[in-house]
Design a protein around this ligand. Structure first.
Ligand code: NAP
Length: 268
């Protein structure tokens, strides 16, 4: 991992004004809600995603000033490093990293191709590793930082037909717990937020896939998905963003290594 030349006076000046928060997979869904929320909280936000156009549209709509965007696939080591270097050059050291980028591909276990398995681990788990490694030096140098990983209830319990995704999300929870211990005395906290079914494209695609696989009515499948939530509804992206916002605040300094389930009581 590369170190970055210090620009102490400039960095310190920016630091007192607005912390620099980088959010992966920020273009839509939960990531976009987190970006809006952290911008409203007063952060300078860097949006990371695969489509510059989608990021530009969101960037223009964010409250506050000093926001930016970088394009990378979180599973690509060189692209991640280049994107984090660009973000740092534009907005100074990273104080908050939200690892949100993710994909959920469903398949019966016996029909899961090696490529599907590897893709799920790459985006959902290796991406968290690469982005956290690219950001940690900034946080250690400042002796303060926040890493929040958007895992899933699939990091806390099993679900049929998403074995690869579930294995990857359990991996994210393990990574979170280990990093929290390693950095406990450094001013950096590392936590996971674990949403249940949330009203985004991932849920809509999951319903469409299950309908295509089984020939069943999509509305009935959605009802079945949401029946696992004791509140009998989908979580809203802004509810996940609220949990992230709290974890990023000064009052959450003692909270580290946790998996906060935002799931209407699905996991207790
Ligand atoms: P979404 O609407 O599909 O958004 C996913 C975002 O991740 C998109 O912006 C996508 O970018 C980005 N992304 C995907 N692969 C990427 C890659 N390789 N590199 C960089 N960015 C990538 O889904 P969402 O529901 O908001 O999901 C956000 C996170 O929440 C994921 O980690 C997901 O596993 C987790 N989660 C979701 C639910 C749910 O029910 N929705 C429940 C639990 C956990 P593009 O726009 O370029 O595709």
């Amino acid at each position: 991992m590369s170190h970055h030349p210090a620009r102490p006076a400039e960095d310190a000046a920016r630091e007192t004004t607005a912390p620099h928060a980088l959010i992966t997979g920020a273009a839509r869904g939960i990531g976009a809600a987190i970006a809006r929320r952290l911008a409203a909280d007063g952060c300078r936000v860097t949006l990371l995603g695969r489509s510059g156009e989608a990021l530009a549209a969101l960037q223009a709509a964010l409250p506050g000033a000093g926001h930016g965007r970088v394009v990378a696939d979180v599973a690509d080591e060189a692209a991640v490093q280049a994107a984090f270097d660009a973000a740092r050059a534009a907005a100074g050291p990273i104080r908050i990293l939200v690892n949100n980028a993710g994909q959920a591909r469903s398949a019966a276990f016996a029909k899961t191709r090696l490529q599907d398995w590897q893709d799920m681990l790459a985006v959902n788990l290796t991406g968290v590793f690469l982005c956290s490694r690219a950001a940690i030096a900034d946080m250690l140098a400042a002796r303060q930082g926040r890493i929040v990983n958007i895992a899933s209830t699939a990091g806390q319990k099993g679900y049929a037909y998403v074995a690869a995704y579930t294995a990857a999300k359990h991996g994210v929870v393990g990574l979170t717990r280990s990093m929290a211990l390693e950095y406990a005395r450094s001013g950096v906290t590392v936590n996971a937020v674990c949403p249940g079914y949330t009203d985004t494209d991932i849920l809509r695609e999951g319903v469409a896939n299950a309908a295509a696989r089984t020939g069943r009515d999509p509305a009935a499948i959605l009802d079945e998905f949401l029946a696992v939530n004791p509140q009998r509804r989908a979580v809203r992206p802004d509810e996940v963003a609220d949990a992230v916002s709290w974890l990023c605040g000064a009052g959450a300094q003692s909270v580290t290594g946790q998996c906060i389930s935002v799931s209407g009581g699905e996991v207790t």
